[in-house]
Design a protein around this ligand. Structure first.
Ligand code: NIG
Ligand code: FE
Length: 412
């Protein structure tokens, strides 16, 4: 099956020689082709070029993309799409003056979601989660990471990871599963941190490995949650089962967590609303991808990741949604890209690099996703007719997507 896209006004993120990530000043360059064609064969990008070099082809289907921009689908490397219910009441409580921390201290927050999840059947969680997955695919996401972490019990964490496995089996989109047993301490372990970490390491991890349910391991390394030492134990235990880490860190406080993550070769460090000069130095000589989550900053009114400072230091940066019921009830990567431009002062070129190739890197998918490269997955967004790709962040509340192709299939 061949599909040919012709008369593309501008084809973005064309990388003839595939790169795994872009860093520092490279992030400002977004290679594009104007008046282009793109040939898809089955689920793979077969060829692309400018219209004046279009070979004589007889594809099964032709799509005229006149006036439209085509770009790789978004790579959302940090989500909690699998959850039960919602936290609307906490949203209103914050409007009325309570902080995220105050709500968590009253038994709300992650423990509130855990209670709901533990009262909900696997089938029902699957139904609720698949609706969110379908929504983000329509919004142009073509690869996504999904975490567990809203049960905090052995059976419940397995239940969440099994839901992620079902999503993997039933949808064409690439999904990476992350085990986040270390998301918070359940009430009964409030005074017994060691006991809960032992449960994660000795009970949860072996079962997860046996059923092959996770690709990565995560922990919430934060004051009041998991300490540096506790997170190090988790990362080391994960590695014994071949699970590299992707860690929630520096959301509210900087406690030298990034250094520990880099030391343990974490694939990514995520959140980074608070970043010190020392954190930047540590990241400089590493392969760890920093990941910013601007919708979270927006929703709970906390600082934005200092993107400019980090890029000026030569670092790469990825953008992801953090889709979850507490701090970011949105999986819209278009909004993330716009917010990165508007609030973090990233240029559209930088934000698109961060949301495609660097997002792919942050979930180990940059060989197959994140750019228009021959041999990569045929994952593209086709926009409506727009004046230029600057519209994507500029018209921040509008839906500019006409169609989304994931692994060669048009999904809308
Ligand atoms: O990434 N920070 C930790 N975890 C989630 C939110 C948890 C919640 O409030 O449900 C996050 O923001
Ligand atoms: Fe998160």
């Amino acid at each position: 099956m061949q599909i040919l896209l012709i008369n593309i006004k501008e084809l973005l993120q064309v990388r003839t020689n595939s790169v795994s990530k872009v860093s520092g000043v490279e992030m400002a360059e977004l290679p594009t082709l104007k008046n282009a064609y793109l040939l898809i064969e089955n689920d793979i990008i077969k060829d692309f070029g400018t219209m004046d070099s279009l070979p004589n082809l007889s594809p099964d289907k032709k799509i005229n993309c006149s006036g439209r921009i085509v770009l790789p689908t978004w790579c959302d490397s940090h989500t909690h799409i699998v959850y039960a219910g919602n936290r609307e009441q906490e949203f209103v409580d914050r409007i009325n003056g309570l902080s995220y921390e105050e709500i968590a201290n009253r038994g709300g927050g992650i423990l509130n979601s855990a209670k709901k999840l533990n009262e909900t059947s696997e089938d029902e969680i699957y139904e609720q989660s698949k609706a969110r997955l379908e929504e983000v695919m329509q919004q142009g996401t073509g690869a996504v990471e999904i975490k567990s972490g809203y049960s905090l019990t052995v059976e419940g964490e397995l239940k969440m990871l099994r839901v992620i496995k079902r999503l993997k089996e039933n949808y064409p989109i690439a999904i990476k599963a992350t085990f986040l047993g270390a998301h918070a301490f359940p009430l009964e372990y409030k005074e017994n941190h060691k006991g809960y970490i032992d449960l994660i390491i000795n009970e949860m991890l072996p079962k997860i490995a046996e059923e092959n349910l996770a690709d990565y391991i995560d922990a919430f390394l934060e004051t009041g949650y998991f300490s540096v030492e506790e997170t190090e134990r988790i990362m080391e235990a994960g590695l014994k089962y071949g699970l590299k880490s992707k860690i929630h860190v520096n959301q509210f406080t900087a406690i030298n967590g990034i250094e520990a993550c880099v030391k343990h070769n974490a694939v990514s460090v995520d959140h980074l609303e608070i970043v010190t000069d020392e954190d930047i130095e540590v990241l400089k000589n590493s392969e760890t991808m920093p990941v910013a989550l601007p919708s979270c900053s927006y929703f709970i009114s906390i600082p934005y990741t200092p993107a400019r400072k980090m890029m000026n230091a030569g670092l790469p940066l990825a953008l992801a949604t953090d889709f979850n019921p507490g701090t970011t009830p949105s999986g819209n990567m278009n909004f993330v890209v716009a917010t990165a431009c508007i609030k973090m002062k990233m240029t559209p070129e930088e934000a698109i690099n961060a949301a495609t190739i660097n997002g792919a890197y942050a979930m180990g998918l940059s060989d197959t996703h994140g750019s228009i490269t021959v041999g990569k997955k045929a994952n593209v967004i086709i926009t409506k007719p727009i004046p230029s790709f600057y519209q994507i962040p500029y018209a921040f509340g509008s839906n500019l997507i006409e169609d989304v192709m994931i692994e060669g299939c048009l999904i809308s």
